[in-house]
Design a binder for this molecule. Structure first.
Ligand code: PCA
Length: 199
């Protein structure tokens, strides 16, 4: 199976397309794999705990975590998770870490192990707005992305490929396009071999 996570509502985001898309794709098949879609709370600690539980329970072949990013106009495949929490607003429990490590003794950053170039190319070929993104920010999404890559680095057998995609708000991209894009992204990550830059 493959694991696809999204987040719930937070801050000014009343309906989070990432969580809605994960729910819409739950139980669907992609490239011979069943999708387990999960909605995580927009909470630093609890999102990580739940992700760890899902990794242990499902041992997924592929993990793609997603969240919404205000101001983005394209499906944004993230390149890198950095070891820094610096929350511009509190999470859904009121916790607001400022300039703290995600993992105290962890490496400065992890690169996504998804075929990020091929995924952006596949999305664009299918008529969707898509881009490579150099930063997942400093809030709960980057935190979860870093924790995911840290877990996969410690236990490579759990799932070789993992990474993060930011999606635009619902006012910018209709949910059906986000859902279609995430399914295409999963298919690409399951079927392409080594990633290569696409001209
Ligand atoms: N987006 C936030 C956290 C939850 C979400 O969907 C972020 O970009 O960090």
């Amino acid at each position: 199976m493959v694991l696809l996570t999204g987040f719930d509502a937070f801050g000014a985001i009343a309906a989070n397309p990432s969580g809605l898309a994960a729910r819409a794709l739950h139980g669907k098949q992609v490239a011979g794999h069943r999708i387990v879609g999960a909605v995580l709370p927009t909470v630093f600690d609890a999102s990580t705990t739940l992700l760890d539980q899902l990794l242990v329970r499902h041992a997924p072949a592929l993990v793609v975590c997603t969240g919404v990013a205000a101001g983005r106009h394209a499906l944004s495949v993230e390149r890198v998770a950095i070891n820094r929490d610096d929350a511009p607003i509190p999470d859904n429990t009121g916790y607001q870490p400022r300039d703290r490590s995600v993992v105290a003794d962890g490496p400065a950053a992890y690169l996504s192990t998804l075929p990020v170039q091929a995924m952006v190319h596949a999305l664009q070929q299918n008529g969707l707005a898509a881009e490579l993104s150099p930063s997942a920010g400093h809030y709960v999404c980057n935190h979860l992305f870093y924790q995911l890559m840290h877990a996969l680095a410690r236990e490579p057998g759990v799932g070789w490929r993992g990474g993060f995609i930011h999606v635009p708000p619902l006012e910018v991209m209709a949910l059906e396009h986000t859902v279609r894009g995430l399914r295409l992204a999963l298919r690409c990550a399951l079927t392409v071999g080594a990633d290569t830059p696409v001209a």
